[in-house]
Write a protein that binds this ligand. Structure first.
Ligand code: DX5
Ligand code: ZN
Length: 212
């Protein structure tokens, strides 16, 4: 299991310290939640703050867009060279075109599915993706309760294994040591964890407990 702590739950007054600390504590990716106040009822960070995160991070960035105008935000963040940029399928009329655009920057494209969106919605895009992110909360806030998306993960895994075995499955929302084994059994390769990691007394112990 790869572990991607969500910086949304970090102490923004000590952002550099917290980003360095999760990287030193053994995380695999640094998950960055970009919200525009339109697609989701919350507003987070733009390129000024994300570039400060990129500077502090010694692990690759995993940028999760929760925005209305995906193309604009992809162009804004591409110069920071994240490993992944993910966008929501619910908010994109031309996902195939956007995948090619993300890849043209040398960035790995990923698509996010809200809790209600079936995996079959991306069946004909899976062959072009490096990762699919399944939301296990409604996007917008850290610290929400986990929605059991196990059946959906299993269906996605079956599609993934048939169409593009190299594509990773990531889960985001309410992840902790209480559900990580069940998530792994359902096919998850990468977990995002915000409040669980940042509220833990030891980032290292928290991250290690998710590496099942
Ligand atoms: C929610 C974000 C998540 C969030 C996860 O919209 O996409 O990345 O920060 O936080 P926890 O792990 O606290 O649910
Ligand atoms: Zn996220």
């Amino acid at each position: 299991m790869l572990v991607a702590p969500s910086v949304l739950s970090a102490d923004f007054g000590n952002l550099e310290r917290d980003v360095k600390a999760i990287c030193d504590a053994g995380c695999d990716l640094v998950h960055v939640d970009v919200m525009d106040g339109h697609f989701v009822p919350n507003l987070t960070i733009g390129p000024v703050v994300v570039s400060a995160i990129a500077k502090a991070a010694t692990k690759p960035l995993d940028i999760h867009l929760m925005v209305e105008n995906n193309t604009f935000f992809v162009e804004l963040f591409a110069p920071l060279n994240p490993e992944y940029i993910s966008f929501h399928i619910e908010e994109e009329k031309h996902p195939h075109r956007l995948i090619q655009k993300i890849r043209s920057y040398g960035i790995k494209p990923a698509i996010v599915l809200n809790p209600h969106t079936p995996p079959e919605a991306i069946e004909f895009l899976l062959g072009d993706l490096d990762m699919v992110l399944v939301m296990s909360v409604n996007p917008g806030f850290g610290g929400q309760s986990f929605i059991p998306v196990y059946e959906k993960l299993e269906r996605l895994k079956a599609l993934r294994d048939r169409i593009n075995p190299g594509c990773l499955i990531e889960v985001d929302g309410g992840v902790s040591d209480a559900n990580i084994e069940a998530l792994q059994a359902a096919g998850v390769d990468v977990c995002v964890a915000g409040s669980y990691v940042f509220k833990h007394e030891s980032y290292q112990a928290a991250i290690a407990s998710l590496k099942v």
